[in-house]
Design a protein around this ligand. Structure first.
Ligand SMILES: Cc1ncc(COP(=O)(O)O)c(C=O)c1O
Length: 396
């Protein structure tokens, strides 16, 4: 072979022993041994990878592991499909399951991006969206009874950033009785703290960008189903919309996920301690944390979560001006528009995650101009609290 051809051809790849860590398959396509094999795989008569947008061993390994976590205590094996972000997970799922004329019933206090996606784009498909207060079972039941076009109930629990919780057993019972699909965004608690399939929920989505990765170096998401009858439809939606994850981000999720249990324990104990201290603090007007007995949904949270997780939100006495002074005075923690990393992060929902939600809707859901969201990290508790204490003093 000419030297130019040797350069262009792939080198000889013949691994002897198995790699201890998951390899990154950085390839857009896979070779067939012969044309019959290619045809067989395309026709579904033989297993095999063909093209990176359809599937990739790195990505599938990680997706299956997250599905295994979510299905930890149910009989069904379930399935997982990794996609390019949490938003991809939501859009792929809705695109796959709904059709023109269907209605989604959902809570008014979702992550701002989800509300925007539903309003701006899902409605364009001819799907109606009903945003209601999920704290009211009467309201949910009335809507379900009066609107037979409701095909899917979408919830987020705990919700971002109010930490409001939805009674998952109640939602799934209602859905089963009325032939409605139930979906939950389980990003905040992760399968380590809350496993919605135990309560009968049909589908789970995650932004793995957050706690599952945990290190703030990957953007990805996953759709998990427990009934394999839906697998092909969801896989087709991922392939054809092109919401596939990339192998490097999936690999980073896999690396981070190994310490999920240790991290979630540390996040939860630090966040509970910070929430308790803030609750007693004379300069604090409101604290939202699901495992704080004063929280509106404390009972629901205690019933369905193992611990409260790392997210909380609070308001200082003094409104938006004080909140801005506080955020500027924070030293150790970072002001960054994400959550779930190992280090403590602070965000201002009114101007960031919920900037495109009308003020009155935000206020109805406790997302005031002065609300501060904190993703409590796993640093030493006293360092996190000292940073907060100093910023509270400075913001007076
Ligand atoms: C609860 C929740 N779901 C979904 C998303 C979207 O995730 P991603 O940024 O990975 O698309 C976010 C982002 O902040 C979120 O907080």
């Amino acid at each position: 072979m000419n030297i130019k051809s040797i350069l262009v051809q792939e080198g000889k790849f013949s691994p002897t022993t198995k790699p201890h860590n998951l390899p990154i398959f950085a390839t857009s396509s896979f070779n067939f041994e012969h044309i019959d094999q290619g045809i067989n795989i395309f026709e579904g008569n033989e297993e095999g990878h063909v093209y990176g947008r359809y599937g990739n061993p790195t990505i599938e390994t990680v997706a299956e592991k997250i599905a295994q976590l979510e299905c930890y205590d149910i009989e069904e094996e379930g399935f997982g499909i990794m996609v390019s972000s949490g938003m991809s997970a939501i859009s792929t799922l809705l695109f796959a399951l709904l059709k023109q004329g269907d209605t989604i019933l959902t809570q008014a206090n979702l992550y701002g991006g989800t509300t925007e996606l539903l309003r701006k784009f899902i409605t364009k498909l001819g799907v109606k969206i009903e945003f209601i207060d999920f704290a009211s079972k009467d309201l949910i039941e009335t809507r379900v009874k009066n609107d037979k076009s409701i095909k899917l109930i979408y919830c987020e629990s705990p919700a971002n950033p109010s930490l409001a919780c939805v009674d998952l057993q109640y939602i799934s019972d209602l859905c089963q009785k009325n032939d409605i699909l139930s979906v939950i965004d389980n990003t905040f608690p992760t399968p380590y703290l809350q496993r919605p399939f135990n309560f009968g929920i049909d589908f789970i989505i995650h932004s793995t960008t957050k706690y599952i990765n945990g290190h703030g170096n990957s953007i990805a998401g996953v759709v998990i189903g427990k009934n394999r009858d839906y697998y092909q439809t969801l896989l087709d939606a991922m392939k054809l919309i092109g919401t596939n994850c990339n192998p490097f981000d999936a690999w980073l999720v896999n690396s981070g996920m190994k310490t999920l249990a240790l991290r979630m324990d540390a996040h939860s104990s630090n966040a509970l301690e910070i929430a308790c201290r803030l609750f007693k603090h004379e300069e604090i007007a409101v604290v939202n944390y699901p495992f704080l007995p004063s929280h509106r949904d404390y009972e629901i949270a205690s019933k369905q979560m193992q611990a409260g997780g790392g997210m909380l939100s609070f308001e200082l006495k003094g409104g938006i001006e004080r909140a801005i002074r506080f955020m500027n005075a924070i030293q150790m923690s970072s002001l960054a528009p994400t959550l779930g990393d190992v280090d403590t992060l602070i965000l201002h929902p009114a101007s960031m995650s919920h900037r495109n939600i009308e003020r009155n809707v935000r206020y109805e859901n406790g997302i005031t101009d002065g609300l501060i969201r904190m993703s409590v990290g796993i640093e030493h508790i006293e360092d996190i609290f000292l940073d907060i204490e100093k910023a509270i003093e400075k913001s007076k």
